[in-house]
Write a protein that binds this ligand. Sequence first.
Ligand code: DX5
Ligand code: ZN
Length: 221
Amino acid sequence: MTHPLRIAPSLLAADFGRLADEVRSVEAGGADWLHLDVMDGHFVPNLTFGPFVCAAIAKVATRPLDVHLMITDPWQYADAFLDAGANLLTFHVEVAERGDAVALLRHIRARGAKAGLSLQPDTPVEALRPFVGELDLVLVMSVFAGFGGQKFLPDVLSKPPALRRMGFAGEISIDGGVGPRTIGAAATAGVNAFVAGTAVFGAPDRAARIAELRALAAAAS
Ligand code: DX5
Ligand code: ZN
């Protein structure tokens, strides 16, 4: 694995009535990043939270905030999330033609955060070619964005090797349906960062589950 192995619990699956405790719980359990799923009800048929919740999480968190913008207008909100403490900021290539995506990626980096693009399962990896030199991270969706707890779509595992053939040398993350039965195949395909919501927050022992995911990914990479 050319990049550190990272387990990134998605707070989408957390108990929002006890969010600070949930953050502390997965950090104590060994989380490397905290994955924040931001949804606007337009790009995806779901609505989660905005910059002020991100800022509240940043007050408690000690690990990097990996913010996943499933929104139609990342240009409008990028600075608000960067101000709120996002350490990695990823938006979707499916909205790239709505504005100057290269300028936004460069702006995210200029503000000291890592810049990422995500692609839906049915978006060809070719869509990322124009941006490869501007990216620190590619977030491969292994479910259709919008909801946690969906079934992992293994066909997307052709994308990490294709990204490497395209010359992308940055981090590759995967998001959706990642758990003990699916993480090995993702690691073998070349993924180094693993977003897991249900698999972590639904586990009776979160530390044990994170350790299990880490061990499975390490053994398969
Ligand atoms: C989809 C979300 C989910 C979430 C993780 O828009 O991005 O993929 O992070 O979901 P599960 O619960 O499948 O790990
Ligand atoms: Zn996500």
